[in-house]
Design a protein around this ligand. Structure first.
Ligand code: GCU
Length: 430
């Protein structure tokens, strides 16, 4: 009993200290994001929508992103893959299978191999796909399953650090690491994910070296672009699978991986929709915004996320020839979900909303609905740009997952060939 109390006191203290540290370095939960956009400036420069709608205008805009912030999309960097291996043929008590394959990106000794895991609902045939890129290793995303760990052997109980997970889950939400596969199955979705750091490590020292050694004619020079390319490599494997509908493939990422997901969607036309949850600076938030993290702080702490030449723009964003409303506009007319937390001031929801408002023109130019008329409180899961704002901070919680699924299934009947008795009905979109 005494040791139990001691353990809980220790854990609580540790959680408190971690919370304090996290609060001071990310301003997590200390404030509320402003919901007033009328008193703040509209994004500059204004979009030249007519030009952007032409193939040359689009190519020019993408080149601008490459030349200033993200470095090149590594076009043609070789991708190869193994066949699927069954990890669990009776996954979630027979609701589906859990499978894994190896993806290799690059050529020669510097090529990188990582594992793509997929959960297929039973009887899947041309089901919609959601592909996620994760912070956590595959052992934490699929706890209790013998998927391959970052060390290359099957995950065991030893790979799970329950104290660390307890703290992380309390700080960053129940689903920051673990994927809620039941929920995706309920919606008839195939869920697949990979750990971004298994391809290019999230490290200022290691990322540049790893990228430079990939052996392509064009290698990425920013981790965000490299991770974006990994989404594309994973789709090469997934689109061939008859259990997946190649016309309904969405990608998703949280925070730094939300930034990468937006880039992947611009460069890879196979992506039908994107969830960028709390993507922040170099994602959906405006580089010129003086609130929240700011681009200069991000570029200082995580220089490897951006191309080396981006530092001068980060130090003085007014030099940038674009702002992030262009990033969003380049996704039109495909669908984008921007997730936000009211207390996640760090990722600056207010400037993301203004970016979305300005980008909405691009959807209108295609004759489709962009951002719903309304305020930062309006959630319209069927819109072209879907704005989601909940209470709370920088995290992935159940409410977020439910909102993601409403976005992913809006207007679509679930196509899983799972007997109806096993498939709870979906909440009606809208
Ligand atoms: C840090 C960083 C953000 C980033 C976030 C994340 O807080 O400052 O820019 O989005 O990490 O990836 O969780």
């Amino acid at each position: 009993m005494f040791f139990r109390i001691l353990r809980w006191t220790g854990l609580t203290l540790l959680a408190g200290v971690t919370l304090l540290v996290a609060s001071s370095c990310t301003m997590l939960g200390l404030n509320y994001a402003s919901l007033d956009t009328g008193n703040k400036s509209a994004p500059v420069p204004a979009l030249d929508i007519d030009r952007l709608m032409t193939p040359d205008g689009r190519a020019e805009a993408m080149k601008l992103l490459e030349d200033t912030m993200y470095g090149p999309w590594p076009q043609g960097l070789p991708v190869s893959m193994s066949d699927w291996r069954i990890i669990n043929a009776n996954y979630l008590e027979g609701r589906g299978t859990l499978e894994e394959l190896d993806i290799t990106i690059g050529l020669g000794p510097g090529a990188q191999t990582f594992q793509l895991v997929a959960a297929f609902p039973k009887g899947a045939l041309a089901n919609p796909l959601v592909l996620s890129q994760t912070f956590s290793g595959n052992c934490d995303v699929f706890p209790g399953q013998p998927v391959t760990s970052s060390a290359g052997d099957p995950c065991t109980a030893q790979d799970i650090n329950s104290t660390a997970n307890f703290i992380v889950n309390n700080l960053f939400g129940e689903f920051i690491a673990e994927a809620p596969i039941e929920k995706y199955f309920d919606a008839g979705l195939v869920y697949s994910s990979f750990h971004a750091g298994d391809f290019v490590p999230d490290s200022t020292q290691l990322a540049p070296k790893t990228m430079a050694a990939l052996g392509g004619e064009v290698n990425p020079t920013s981790a965000l672009m490299a991770w974006a390319y990994a989404f594309s490599a994973a789709l090469d494997a997934l689109e061939k699978d008859p259990r997946i509908d190649a016309g309904h493939m969405s990608v998703m990422g949280h925070s730094r991986h939300g930034k990468a997901a937006l880039l992947a969607t611009i460069w890879d036309p196979r992506i039908e929709a994107v969830i960028a949850h709390q993507s922040g600076f170099a994602g959906a938030s405006l580089s010129r915004s003086p609130t929240g993290e700011r681009l200069d702080r991000m570029a200082e702490t995580y220089p490897h996320w951006l191309a080396p030449g981006a530092q001068k723009f980060a130090a003085n964003p007014s030099l940038l020839p674009f702002d992030q409303h262009l990033v969003l506009a380049l996704i039109a007319p495909r669908r984008v979900f921007l997730g936000n937390g009211r207390r996640d001031v760090w990722s600056d929801p207010n400037s993301s909303f203004r970016a979305a408002q300005a980008a909405s023109e691009a959807w209108a130019a295609y004759g489709v609905r962009g951002l719903s008329d309304g305020s930062m409180r309006t959630f319209d899961p069927g819109a072209g740009i879907v704005w989601w704002l909940r209470l709370g901070g920088h995290s992935i919680v159940e409410e977020d997952i439910d909102a993601f699924i409403r976005f992913l299934t809006a207007g679509k009947a679930p196509s899983a060939v799972v007997p109806p008795a096993e498939l709870p009905s979906l909440p009606a979109p809208g």
